[in-house]
Design a protein around this ligand. Structure first.
Ligand code: ADP
Ligand code: ADP
Ligand code: SF4
Length: 607
């Protein structure tokens, strides 16, 4: 008996009519006559199937031998079963379980009045479940889905913790909640009308005009919601949440599709609202922004889809450091085999391979010069990852189209046409097709050992291969799109915002996949991203775009990391210091001593 293990059955995958119960036939306790794996009907009788169908399986966590056995996990042809030993350090009762053999959440975040509380952790670890509880949409059952506890029992469990007061208010019905959804792309499915109408309908605090100005959404205020770009939708969704008059605001990812300037503005607006005695809870995977934004931080760890643990609050700095280090100190918990590390000094710029392409100074404008782009002459090197930074709407895609020969420059001539494999910022792959069919239609290497090692594994595609593209979450779709981009034969791989909707682990793995692929195959990649940590980990050199979005852009020549970061961050007027313990870059408070010193020295990043 292994009472410290958890068995989770994915009811969307469990298809007993197609497998003959291989799991039950081979389960060792079953073979000695015990009822470890039986059907739900066998376990619960006629009238109580719990979730799922009567023929789907029920695993007894009391009888199961645990992860070291794992025979059923191997036998199931549909990957429907997960058996995981819970960490020994975890001696709590779960906060909530959705039902038998389903996901278990341990702990809860504790929102606090007047503070911004962050949550840092992978996708699928229970953050949304926790918020459903804090919003009074799920009453926590302490894992007792068979005899649900009453509120008194729940409160007793949290007495003396940071959550007690919040839960008491919740029980009294005293908490109002406003929330921003994770996937803003879905807003047009539920709202039909203009931006102004959306905001007017929720402007409980009468501050819509101010937020429209601060978030720079005037230009789209009269546009129908279904015509907005992802970056515009993200800012409208933020405004529509922050204009509400609530006690508790939940913001599930604020950065996808926003450039760095917009990220910093969003962070400041959230902080301002918290100062008005509101509780703000933010899930965020851009660590520089999370660090800037949060007053306290909960780390979430566990096994996505199986169990998640939300730690008690930590300091923001300490929580991020522990997360990057891969070891949670108070919990005595290793969450990753190795640390994620940043170089404190700018990497070398010499010694790279041959030139892939040299291009002359060029200009390009659209229409009657509504937007014009000026490009400095430069070269892209064989085998490098060139990071591209700058605001949205500044001409980055236009530059790529010139390189691909899909646009002609107005001035300057460029006739080398590069074959470019492009991943757009907004990933739309909604064909009614399975992931494996889609990827094998792109490359003959699909399924080869090199493709599996270098692309499928780091991008964690194995578990979603048999799913339909249209059923994927935002992060899953992003990983498929990165894989598709890298799998094509091309001279140059151009990836626009690969970090969007990926959690921190996935960003690191995607970074490794892109780097390793370019190194091992003599390929060149250009990566546009707004997550400064991802740009830092990815890039050999940087190209900086500056100017006024939608009016005038300037593309600098590709340069070394130090010069590039200095140019880019000077435009933004933002400096980074280094964390004393880990060397991790941290945004300085504007006007602080470090900020002033570094600006005087012209060292914005590698100070
Ligand atoms: P996150 O917000 O961290 O991505 P979620 O809280 O959305 O995570 O989900 C955590 C896990 O809980 C997922 O594996 C999901 O499949 C499972 N889950 C969510 N809702 C339900 C439900 N109603 N019934 C059973 N399982 C659920
Ligand atoms: P970025 O990739 O940096 O977001 P783009 O190169 O896509 O920028 O666009 C720069 C500007 O040019 C934007 O204002 C965009 O609306 C405008 N633009 C892009 N393509 C066209 C086009 N074909 N016709 C007119 N304007 C365009
Ligand atoms: Fe049976 Fe548990 Fe082994 Fe699965 S892991 S075969 S349920 S004992």
């Amino acid at each position: 008996m292994a009472d410290d293990s958890i068995a989770v059955v994915d009811l969307d995958r469990c298809q007993p009519d197609r497998c003959n119960y291989e799991c039950a036939n081979f389960c060792p306790p079953n073979r000695t006559g015990e009822e470890c794996i039986v059907t739900r009907e066998e376990r619960h009788g006629d009238d109580e199937y719990y979730a799922g169908g009567p023929d789907q399986i029920s695993i007894s966590e009391e009888l199961c031998l645990g992860e070291t056995c794992g025979i059923c996990v191997e036998k199931c042809p549909f990957d429907a079963i997960e058996i995981i030993n819970l960490p020994q350090e975890l001696d709590e009762v779960p906060t909530h379980r959705y039902g038998e053999n389903s996901f278990a959440l341990y702990g809860l975040p504790a929102p606090q009045e007047g503070r911004v509380t962050g949550i840092l952790g992978p996708n699928g670890i229970g953050k949304t479940t926790a918020v459903h509880i804090l919003a009074d949409e799920i009453t926590p059952n302490l894992g007792r889905f068979e005899d649900e506890p009453n509120w008194e029992e729940v409160l007793a469990e949290y007495r003396g913790t940071a959550l007690q007061e919040y839960l008491e208010d919740l029980q009294d019905g005293d908490v109002t909640v406003a929330r921003k959804p994770q996937y803003v792309d879905k807003i047009p499915d539920t709202f039909d009308g203009k931006t102004s109408e959306l905001l007017a309908g929720v402007d409980e605090r009468g501050v819509a005009d101010e937020l429209v100005e601060r978030l720079e959404i005037e230009a789209v205020i009269d546009q129908p919601i279904d015509t907005l770009s992802g970056g515009e939708l993200q800012r409208v969704a933020l405004a529509a949440t922050l204009v509400r008059d609530a006690d508790f605001y939940f913001l599930d990812e604020i950065t996808p599709y926003l450039d760095i300037g917009q990220r910093v503005t969003a962070a400041r607006l959230i902080q301002q609202l918290s100062a008005d005695d509101r509780s703000m809870l933010v899930v965020e995977h851009d660590l520089a922004v999370l660090d800037l934004l949060a007053d306290a931080l909960h780390v979430a760890y566990g096994e996505p889809g199986v169990f998640g643990v939300i730690t008690p609050p930590k300091s923001t700095k300490g929580g991020i450091n522990e997360y990057l280090h891969g070891y949670l100190e108070n919990e005595n918990m290793r969450i990753r085999p190795g640390a994620i590390e940043f170089e404190e000094h700018a990497p070398r710029t010499e010694g790279y391979g041959d030139t892939l392409v040299e291009y002359p100074a060029m200009t390009k404008s659209y229409g009657d010069g509504e937007f014009s782009l000026e490009i400095d002459a430069g070269e892209i090197r064989q085998n490098e990852v060139l990071g591209i930074v700058g605001p949205n709407g500044i001409g980055k895609s236009t530059f790529a189209k010139l390189l691909a020969g899909r646009l002609e420059p107005d001035e300057g001539s460029f006739d080398a046409t590069l074959d470019i494999s492009y991943k757009p910022q907004y990933v739309e792959i909604d064909q009614p097709m399975r992931v494996d069919a889609f990827l094998s239609s792109i490359t003959d290497d699909f399924g080869s050992s090199y493709w599996t090692t270098e692309i499928a594994n780091p991008l964690q595609l194995e578990r979603i291969m048999e799913q339909n593209l249209s059923d994927l979450s935002g992060g899953e779709r992003q990983r498929v799109a990165i894989a598709a981009c890298l799998s094509k034969e091309a001279d140059l791989y151009l990836l626009d915002e690969p970090s969007a909707h990926l959690d921190v682990e996935q960003r690191v793995l995607a970074t490794r996949a892109i780097r390793r692929y370019t190194e091992n195959h003599d390929k060149t990649a250009m990566v546009i991203d707004h997550d400064i940590y991802m740009i830092d980990l990815l890039s050999d050199r940087l190209q900086v775009f500056e100017g006024t979005p939608a009016e005038r852009g300037h593309a600098g020549r590709p340069m070394g990391m130090r010069e590039g970061m200095n140019t880019f961050l000077a435009n933004l007027d933002v400096t980074f210091r280094r964390d004393e313990r880990t060397g991790r870059p941290r945004i300085n408070k504007p006007g602080s001593q470090k900020d002033r010193q570094q600006k005087n020295a012209g060292e914005y990043y590698y100070a």
